[in-house]
Design a protein around this ligand. Structure first.
Ligand code: NAD
Length: 252
């Protein structure tokens, strides 16, 4: 089924690879006008994107200027995020601040910059505007080993999502979080390669990721993107403040 996002204008951050790329691609497939951005603009090579450019979501000035140029939108997908590996003992203040800046404050920046235009758009179209924040199963849902500050940031995203949802529900702005389990992406491959060096081989590292998956496999980015399409679409007009868990049973 195509055309589920026909007429919608969508902004996707970290759209260069992995889950963000899959979301931007699926949004375009479903007929949205997609504004795709990433720290590395060279990765944004889908000609179906209406606009593709570099945007560092840790730069408030750049985010504000970008939002001013884009104008009114229906959908904001906040995907940028970084996985710090380690316990509290591996996390000094620099690690903490970097993770919170990229994973949490970036979403504060983009939401603050786009919410006024999203409220106008919802009023003008008579539809709903939709914010989609990428959290994780490793959050307030589950403690994952060596995901100390990562889990804290992803839990903060859930709190922030609910706060925005409750403040703007009556004005037709919806805000939801997606909580994926392990998803195949370039950064996951990099983490497995790094772990492989410690545990003996890439295959052993991959097996250790698989062992925690009740379904015996990890997800494809497209499986997460399909949920984003649903949340962006009018099918989800009554859905706000939720944490959509897509994890093959990992948090059970
Ligand atoms: P990834 O980590 O492979 O790619 C991340 C992208 O973000 C890259 O294209 C990178 O250039 C971009 N980026 C980095 N810093 C940026 C910045 N300052 N501004 C703009 N863009 C920036 O992608 P992924 O693994 O699919 O992860 C995407 C999101 O999904 C993250 O928030 C991650 O925490 C979350 N997530 C991933 C998994 C997983 O298993 N892969 C699981 C749960 C949640």
């Amino acid at each position: 089924m195509a055309g589920r996002l026909e007429g919608k204008i969508a902004v996707v951050t970290a759209a260069g690879q992995g889950i963000g790329r899959a979301i931007a691609d699926r949004f375009a497939e479903e007929g949205a006008q997609v504004w795709a951005s990433d720290l590395d603009a060279a990765k944004l090579d889908n000609p179906a994107f209406a606009d593709a450019r570099a945007l560092d979501v840790t730069d408030t000035g750049a985010v504000d200027a970008y939002a001013g140029e884009v104008g009114q939108i229906d959908v904001l997908a906040n995907v940028a995020g970084f996985v710090h590996h380690g316990t509290i003992l591996d996390c000094d203040e620099k690690h903490w601040d970097f993770s919170f800046d990229l994973n949490v404050k970036s979403m504060h920046r983009t939401m603050r910059a786009f919410v006024p235009a999203m409220l106008h758009r919802a009023k003008n179209t008579g539809g709903t505007a939709s914010i989609i924040n990428m959290s994780s199963g490793a959050s307030s849902l589950k403690g994952a080993p060596n995901r100390y500050v990562y889990g804290a940031t992803k839990a903060a995203i859930i709190g922030m999502t609910k706060a925005v949802a409750v403040d703007f529900a009556a004005r037709q702005l919806r805000c939801n979080a997606i909580c994926p389990g392990t998803v195949d992406s370039p950064s996951l491959q990099q983490r497995m390669t790094e772990l492989g060096k410690k545990v003996g081989s890439y295959d052993e590292a991959f097996d250790s990721f698989l062992k925690r998956q009740p379904m015996g496999r990890i997800a494809e980015p497209r499986e997460i993107a399909d949920m984003a399409v649903y949340l962006a679409s009018d099918e989800a007009a009554f859905v706000t403040g939720t944490t959509m868990v897509i994890d093959g049973g990992w948090t059970l």
